[in-house]
Design a protein around this ligand. Sequence first.
Ligand code: ADP
Ligand code: MG
Length: 701
Amino acid sequence: MSFLIQDIEFLKGVGPVRGEALRSELGVKCPMDLLQQYPFRYIDKTKVQLINELKADGDIALVKGQLITLEKIKGKNNRHRLSALIKDSSGFLELVWFQKIKMLEEILKEGKEYIIYGKVNVFGGKASIAHPEMEEFQNDVALHQTFDPVYSSTEKLDGLGLDAKGRRKLVKNILEKVSPADFPENLPDEIVARLKLPTRFETIHWVHFPKDEAQKMHAHNRIKFEEFFFLQIQMLFTKATRKLTLKGEIFENVGPIFNTFYSKHLPFELTNAQKRVIKEIRSDVGGGKQMNRLLQGDVGSGKTIVALLSMLLAIDNGYQTCLVAPTEILAQQHYATISNQLKEMEVKVAFLSGSIKGKPRQAILEQLAVGDIHILIGTHAVFEEKVVFKNLGLSITDEQHRFGVAQRASMWGKTDHLPPHILVMTATPIPRTLAMTLYGDLDVSVIDELPPGRKDIVTVHRYESHRPRVYEFMKEQIANGNQIYVVYPLIEESATLDLKDLQQGYERLLHNFPRPDYQISVVHGRMKAKDKDFEMDRFVKKVTHIMVATTVIEVGVNVPNATTMIIENCERFGLSQLHQLRGRVGRGADQSYCLLMSGDKLSNDARTRIKTMCATNNGFDIAEVDLELRGPGEIEGTRQSGVTSFKLLNLIKDQRIMTVARHLAEQILEDDPTLELAKNIRIRNYLRATQKNGGNWALIS
Ligand code: ADP
Ligand code: MG
């Protein structure tokens, strides 16, 4: 057994105590794990700065200077701190420590030269650094790496001598003992040559101790490429294997139900994009393989009708279907719309959510089990184990990015026949790179066309001082026969305050829009489902003019007569949420408006969000900005999915690498779907090894 996979505590310089800390703090079990904890930064020692150049607070500084004085000082609170004065040719720099004072007093020597590294505080024109990294300067350059790696650490590890310096020593120790055979090539020679990648042996050395910028870049590029390439191979391999091995129910016929609906009850002419997507779905479900398809489309692009037509196709072929939405309100809305569209047809539609209990619930479960219900519409309650179909043929999830991958998989067990066809619809578009990462194993359809006659929503930013004019505008809209949403943020952590905000806003509206001329509805998450329904219903039936709500109306709700969306405290909403909310208007023929109300104090990010909203109606563009602002980890759905836990790859900055990796992975699997050719054997073996090590790659089954 290679020492690389032995228990970390047996590594020289570790032992049981540090070993335990490495395990618990970093999840490092063996030397190999430690090697794979890459530095998050390097100190470039060729870039020594002069002390008088350190001007900006928060800058990372690297200076070289002489230690002039070292002094222990007793603070007001009786705690000691250690203060040092460093001098270079340009000026003085203060260093302070609040911890490990005793140890430092022994090590640091007045008169000696040090390399000092850390974050600068500038106060009253004077620079200081708290808890800098320090190292005695030795004139012999050969003794020094140009780049010193910096690893993310914890207080506990620092306390055990595994701070930056200690870690470097450990990693060096390991690297001194490894040989090229410990890092066998895992890519075909052809790819290595084409992309001019360094060997894996070089890579592991260079990522920790690069000699220069070029080595660092080569190592990073190889690691990033591998991270994405193997993820894509895995996803595409899963997809290919499914296609080869998993049979799907065959929806052979376009039968009377689909045809009757299409010719008699379709409320509008489909857009070309909708027609194209339905064709894609039909070819999937008719082919004898299980469909796993993602449907992307901007807010309001008309995904629901595509879902409905697909469901009718399933029913025509004797199967049941379900449509799952992330919120009760949205599920109910789907239920209402679809029941209404099917009212003259012999199709049985039922609704299931957590609020359906007791006898009604029992009745639904029974009817499902014998096949009497054709379409089940509901919330995640549909995923529960007790919900069993007689013959589920198609499962559709709306706004999938709020559900985890595991839930998608849970639908597979809902029938003792072949697994159902799966259609996943996203609420808002997601950027391409993120889609490849999250849904790389699915086929993708895009509705890239809005229904005809849609006008871009006019979006403006307004401050509190504009409120009287905003009220006037609202009154004009109501006089024109249109309805208005007023939305307040509601965040779990500040729910009480937020509800108070909403309550006050509601009262202010009541005051400015008095009855009986004006009627106002309120809906928020803390209300009983029954009351929500009642209020929602009054708004849908145009009994009320204004709907004051929290984000419960965020997704999917469809009231075409509502043409104005006012978003209060808009600075507190994320970009995709704002876009999603705005998508509630602009659904009819009239010009629609979105007013973003904010306070005077705005962060840079909030400004960017508001500016983006005012500048564009395109959800795909907005998704890109959103990803840039928030980073991939914050986008809904990514954390549960776990696939974005890349060590070096950055979904925003490394798009070029990702595109290349995806493309190569596609080519390889197209030629060799089972990865059996000799030239791909390394890939196959590497995947196997990763799987054994707990890589969560098993085919969903
Ligand atoms: P989303 O893609 O956001 O789920 P919906 O399916 O809710 O969009 O559709 C938005 C609105 O557009 C609905 O009122 C729907 O009836 C309408 N719609 C959908 N497709 C068309 C079409 N081809 N022509 C006209 N209106 C359409
Ligand atoms: Mg929708």
